[in-house]
Design a binder for this molecule. Structure first.
Ligand SMILES: [Zn+2]
Length: 153
């Protein structure tokens, strides 16, 4: 992962049920399950800076995902340095996977028309399945990789 721009998905796990307030969107029920949030970083610092911030989980509550991050563990990050913004495509693919539900309408999708960029999963989605699906549907998609917090972000 470098400071080049790109698209990422955060694989988050909640171990306990809770209720969070997600900015102007209001309340969201968090269940013990997996959550996948899709975003993109096309500003200064690119993917590396953004993902490092999510990995630390500190700082101001700026994005919707910051509220969820506060009550979850980051298990993995999927990312691509594809120069095209892929976040809506990734969110669409994830929403269509078996076991996927949208926990809160509009989450992470303030700047687009998607239902949400956050998907709840039970069980967790598999990286290789996601990657194979995206690359089959979008043959021009640049490589998709996975990092875990144990590795250097
Ligand atoms: Zn979108």
């Amino acid at each position: 992962m470098t400071d080049a721009p790109g698209t990422y998905a955060l694989l988050l796990r909640a171990d306990e049920a809770s209720e969070i307030e997600v900015g102007a969107l209001g309340k969201m029920e968090v269940r013990p399950s997996a959550y996948v949030y899709v975003g993109s970083a096309f500003g200064p610092g690119g993917l590396q800076a953004r993902v490092a911030r999510h990995a630390r989980g500190d700082g101001a509550l700026h994005w919707h995902v910051d509220y969820l991050r506060a009550v979850t563990t980051l298990e993995a990050v999927w990312y691509t340095h594809d120069p095209e913004r892929r976040e809506c495509t990734w969110a669409e693919v994830l929403r269509a996977r078996p076991g996927a539900t949208v926990p809160l309408d509009g989450f992470g999708a303030s700047d687009c028309d998607c239902p949400a960029h956050l998907v709840r999963f039970d069980p967790s989605p598999l990286f290789h399945t996601f990657r194979e699906f995206v690359q089959a549907v979008y043959p021009d998609h640049k490589p998709i990789r996975q990092r875990t917090p144990a590795e250097e972000m």
